[in-house]
Design a protein around this ligand. Structure first.
Ligand SMILES: CC(=O)SCCNC(=O)CCNC(=O)[C@H](O)C(C)(C)COP(=O)(O)OP(=O)(O)OC[C@H]1O[C@@H](n2cnc3c(N)ncnc32)[C@H](O)[C@@H]1OP(=O)(O)O
Length: 207
């Protein structure tokens, strides 16, 4: 672990990420990289360059990618990893992580989250505010679980899928890679084709 943390992305999501890092109290300095030149500071933290400058800080900083769009976050994080940059996870001190839970690098676990026993969370995931992931879930890489989502026991969520705010996933359900599940949706059957699904129970709306 380094003294400095650099967060890529100074947007609203970046601010929440910075707040977790501040509360973890592990880094002496926290700064952002952002490609929008008009932003000079965010939450009183300095913006010290653009995403492309990350390698310059390789030896002096830990890194976190705070980009909300799953595919973009994947692209940026995978490039950092390939460059040998140290990508870390951020776990809010007011989250509850069960026994035998694994959390991959570059994943953020936000305030009020509960992840229950024996669940596996991949790399680069966002487990957003007050969501709950119950026991024995498998959440693959670069998934976003939005605020207030509920996944029951033995749920599987495929890579880069986005579960919208307050959606509910029944127990023993699998959702494949590349899906968007709408705000407030309820999933009661497996989803096996990538697409956008909304409603109670969900129906596909992107075809
Ligand atoms: C901290 C944070 O802010 S984290 C981010 C939290 N934000 C979210 O979770 C947002 C989740 N996003 C949604 O629910 C979006 O509506 C999506 C992704 C499901 C769909 O977005 P789009 O692809 O732009 O679809 P669009 O808005 O065109 O809607 C398509 C149809 O689905 C309906 N629809 C869209 N979302 C929903 C929903 N959540 N529930 C029910 N119906 C919906 C629309 O009314 C429309 O129906 P129509 O064709 O009969 O008019």
């Amino acid at each position: 672990m380094k003294d400095k943390l650099i967060i890529i992305g100074a947007s609203g999501h970046g601010k929440v990420i910075a707040d977790i890092a501040i509360k973890m109290n592990k880094w002496q300095t926290i700064a952002f990289l952002d490609d929008d030149e008009s932003i000079k500071a965010s939450m009183g933290l300095e913006i010290i360059g653009k995403t492309a400058d990350a390698f310059t800080y390789k030896d002096e900083a830990d890194f976190f990618v705070a980009i909300g769009t799953n595919a973009t976050r994947e692209k940026v994080q995978e490039k950092l990893i390939a460059q040998g940059i140290n990508v870390i996870s951020l776990i809010h001190p007011d989250s509850v992580i069960g026994t035998d839970v694994e959390i991959g690098i570059g994943t953020a676990v936000m305030a009020g989250v509960v992840i229950n026993s024996s669940s596996r969370i991949g790399k680069g995931c966002i487990i957003n505010t007050c969501s709950s992931v119950d026991h024995d879930n498998i959440i693959e890489d670069y998934v976003h679980i939005s605020p207030g989502v509920r996944t029951a026991g033995n749920v599987g969520i495929g890579k880069v899928t986005w579960l919208g705010i307050s959606s509910v996933i029944n127990n023993n359900i699998n959702i494949c890679s590349g899906c968007k599940v709408g705000a407030g949706a309820v999933v009661v059957k497996d989803i096996t084709e990538p697409g956008t699904y909304v409603g109670v129970p969900v129906r596909r709306v992107d075809r």
